[in-house]
Design a binder for this molecule. Structure first.
Ligand SMILES: C[S@@+](CC[C@H](N)C(=O)[O-])C[C@H]1O[C@@H](n2cnc3c(N)ncnc32)[C@H](O)[C@@H]1O
Length: 218
């Protein structure tokens, strides 16, 4: 089962976790807060899933702003369309690493819990930075293992969470454990954002398991 099929099959379950999982609303607020789009801005979210970030971003861009979610899984997009379109959101089925969006037409881009799914997250973040261009805003929210002393004891539980949340066959298709791959990809994505942006904000939340990075593209 590949990722689009996996997310389409479990779209309802994913949506419940994405909206009601413990502490997840706070992480989404933090993403919108650090992305800090202005009222009237056009914001694109890559790997938008069921649209759980839309409400948080909509509050910031207001009625004159625009939100477009991009995802390659039809099942999650169907859930997003059903619930969010009344509120002016648009959703596009496309590969986030080759978004069908004209450079310069967007003020801000973000992605939540997506970097770890990309084979080359650094290249994707470079493409997103090019898309918003100088002065545009970019933000990432991701989970990875914590390095905080008081919390490291929970890393085995996090490994299990990653394994259960990955499409079947992921572990055998990778040369390292899915969690090690996730950690490496998240680090690469956030490193690239820091290299491409000024004015960088970095937050670690949820005991160090969640990282938010945001900045203004140079
Ligand atoms: C863990 S979910 C996160 C969904 C949403 N961002 C959220 O915060 O709830 C990852 C999402 O990224 C999407 N995705 C992963 N790789 C993608 C790609 N290359 N292009 C488009 N969507 C992608 C998946 O279909 C899935 O909906």
């Amino acid at each position: 089962m590949d990722a689009p099929e996996f997310y389409s099959t479990f779209a309802g379950l994913y949506d419940a976790l994405a909206r009601h999982g413990p502490g997840v609303g706070h992480l989404r607020e933090s993403l919108a807060d650090t992305l800090a789009p202005d009222a009237g801005d056009a914001v694109v979210e890559f790997g938008c899933g069921t649209g759980a970030n839309h409400r948080h971003l909509r509050e910031r861009v207001g009625p004159t702003g625009r939100y477009v979610g991009v995802d390659f899984s039809p099942g999650v997009l169907a859930v997003a369309w059903d619930r969010e379109r009344a509120d002016g959101a648009a959703f596009v089925r496309a590969d986030a690493t080759r978004p069908p969006i004209t450079p310069g037409s967007v003020d801000a881009c973000c992605a939540a819990f997506v970097s770890g799914m990309l084979a080359d997250p650094a290249e994707a973040v470079e493409a997103w930075a090019d898309l918003v261009g100088p002065g545009g805003r970019l933000a990432l929210l991701d989970l990875a293992r914590t390095t905080r002393p008081g919390w490291r004891a929970l890393n085995p539980g996090f490994r299990l969470f990653v394994r259960l949340g990955s499409p079947p066959g992921t572990a055998t298709s990778l040369s390292e454990s899915p969690t090690a791959v996730l950690d490496g990809r998240v680090a690469a994505a956030h490193r690239t954002l820091r290299a491409r942006c000024t004015d960088v904000t970095v937050r670690t939340l949820a005991g160090g398991f969640a990282r938010v990075s945001a900045g203004t593209v140079r």
